[in-house]
Ligand binder design. Structure first.
Ligand SMILES: [Zn+2]
Length: 506
């Protein structure tokens, strides 16, 4: 059996000022062009990613695996058309050679310069090449689900965790359903519905109220065998597109469509009823740092969620660190600030050098009126090294993180890891590979919203969410939404809604 397997992942923050080209889908994997074939298999084999699950499932000799594309970019602005066309063509060309089934590891919140719904567009193009081949898709929990995705895929399932620690399991779940389809055991149908809710990501995690009972309901329906698969998506709100929303998707046998309709409708209705609990009101940054100063027992995690590469931020906004220095917090480690210019200066100065330089704040974000504002710091170069390591924590285990050339810059009692490349710190390795033991620090400043919990929750004595400014802000009033379908809660509050008529995939 010949199976086409591919990964094309990008979460698009349409307010970000960071461009997204083809090379950006290759660089995080250590390539200049997105890999394919054995190089792609070698990179993802054994990782806790959905594609790692596909590859594990297809290990038997009865399968021939074709991997035309492995593309994975850090979140940033809308993808260049030429990059998307190249990636879509590579997958479509492989399908055109003939195959029995397709397994895709996608995100679901990818936007290109020309398409609000990149994954839907990819699936439409595949369907033009082969209108019948069964397709299974795994999407990120932050997918903004669309009609085009559900119309053109036979099986759609999403992560059930945030931090995302079940990606591999999702690959197995979706892949198994595809194989059962190919063996003629099932005839899957996909149903979906969205609720007009722009939830706050800090309130989305399925581990806690309000999402927990909703996700649990989906999990129970799948576990009981009532449906083939059931998923709930928190949605990605930093996307000015018509279909940004919370949603649910259910895969059923074709003669069980009534059960699927009822469940899909129930899941989005549960979310709608809990809509007020999906709203997060951040407290002012200075107030959080003042409170942090009263705490003595570390490590205390300060999570700056306004500028986070994992949601499309430049990972270089210095407002939180400036406040920490102003208020005089001591024994702080920061990981990492992305600033290739500062890294070049520090590498030139050499280990042990004392110098003053502008750190971070190189990227302006005109969409929300945020100017570039570096922080002038005087300190000593404590260490210089190229940081590249394999994640050992529970999220994306086995994935190689490459931060490029890095410097540990010491300013008073603050150690700042400055990196060439952006990456959201979800693993203790971000500190340990820089020679810093996070257990010994009183404060750990991380640019992350939720994923840091995968690596740091177990060691943190306390976690404080810090509302730094930036393109990942939880304050939606800073974003000039134009394309979003209105009304949508909580931007609009005074409107009624009931679940729509559920649409079948075929
Ligand atoms: Zn996500």
């Amino acid at each position: 059996m010949k199976i086409v397997v591919a990964i094309m992942q990008h979460e698009t923050n349409t307010f970000s000022s960071l461009t997204t080209q083809l090379k950006d889908f290759a660089r995080p994997l250590g390539f200049e062009d997105p890999p394919s074939g054995q190089a792609a298999i070698d990179f993802f084999n054994g990782t806790e990613m959905a594609i790692g699950g596909f590859l594990d499932l297809l290990k038997s000799k009865e399968f021939e695996i074709i991997v035309p594309l492995a593309a994975y970019a850090e979140p940033s602005a809308a993808v260049e058309d030429s990059a998307f066309d190249t990636m879509a063509s590579r997958i479509c060309d492989a399908v055109a050679q003939g195959c029995d089934g397709i397994m895709l590891d996608l995100h679901g919140a990818m936007v290109t310069k020309s398409f609000f719904d990149a994954e839907g567009e990819l699936l439409k193009r595949i369907r033009k090449v082969d209108s019948a081949v069964p397709i299974a898709v795994v999407l990120d929990f932050h997918a903004n689900l669309s009609q085009a995705i559900c119309d053109n895929a036979d099986i759609v399932i999403g992560y059930r965790t945030y931090p995302h620690v079940d990606n591999h399991e999702c690959g197995i779940r979706a892949g198994k359903l595809l194989l059962r389809t190919l063996r003629g055991e099932i005839k899957p149908r996909t149903l979906w519905a969205g609720a007009p809710m722009l939830t706050h990501m800090i309130r989305q995690t399925p581990a806690k109220i309000p999402m927990k009972p909703i996700m649990d309901h989906a999990i129970e329906a799948e576990a009981s065998g009532q449906v083939l698969a059931a998923s709930v998506f928190g949605g990605f709100p930093l996307a000015d597109i018509p279909h940004a929303a919370l949603s649910a998707v259910v895969v059923v046998e074709e003669n069980h469509e009534h059960l699927g309709k009822a469940l899909t409708s129930e899941l989005v209705s549960m979310a709608w009823r809990a809509r007020a609990d999906f709203v997060y009101n951040p407290e002012p940054l200075a107030q959080t740092i003042t409170y942090a100063k009263t705490l003595t027992q570390g490590p205390i995690v300060l999570a700056d969620h306004g500028d986070n590469s994992g949601a499309g931020g430049p990972h270089d906004n210095m407002a939180v660190l400036a406040e920490i220095i102003t208020q005089g917090l001591e024994d702080v480690a920061v990981a990492p600030i992305a600033d290739p210019q500062a890294v070049a200066t520090l590498w030139q100065a050499g280990e042990g050098a004392m110098l003053r330089l502008p750190v971070g704040g190189k990227a302006a974000t005109p969409s929300i009126g945020l100017e570039a504002r570096p922080l002038e710091l005087k300190g000593r170069v404590r260490a210089l090294k190229h940081i590249k390591f394999e994640i050992t924590g529970p999220m994306m285990t086995g994935f190689q993180v490459d931060l490029g050339r890095c410097a540990v810059f010491n300013v008073g009692s603050v150690d700042i890891i400055i990196s060439e490349y952006r990456n959201e710190p979800a693993d203790l390795g971000f500190f340990t590979h820089a020679g810093i033991d996070p257990m010994t620090k009183r404060y750990l400043l991380l640019k992350s919203r939720q994923h840091f919990r995968a690596g740091f929750e177990a060691i943190a004595k306390q976690i404080l969410l810090v509302a730094g400014p930036g393109v990942c802000s939880s304050d939606y009033s800073v974003f000039p939404f134009k394309h979003l379908k209105r009304p949508i809660y909580p931007l609009d509050r005074d409107f009624a809604w009931s679940p729509p008529v559920i649409t079948l995939s075929k």
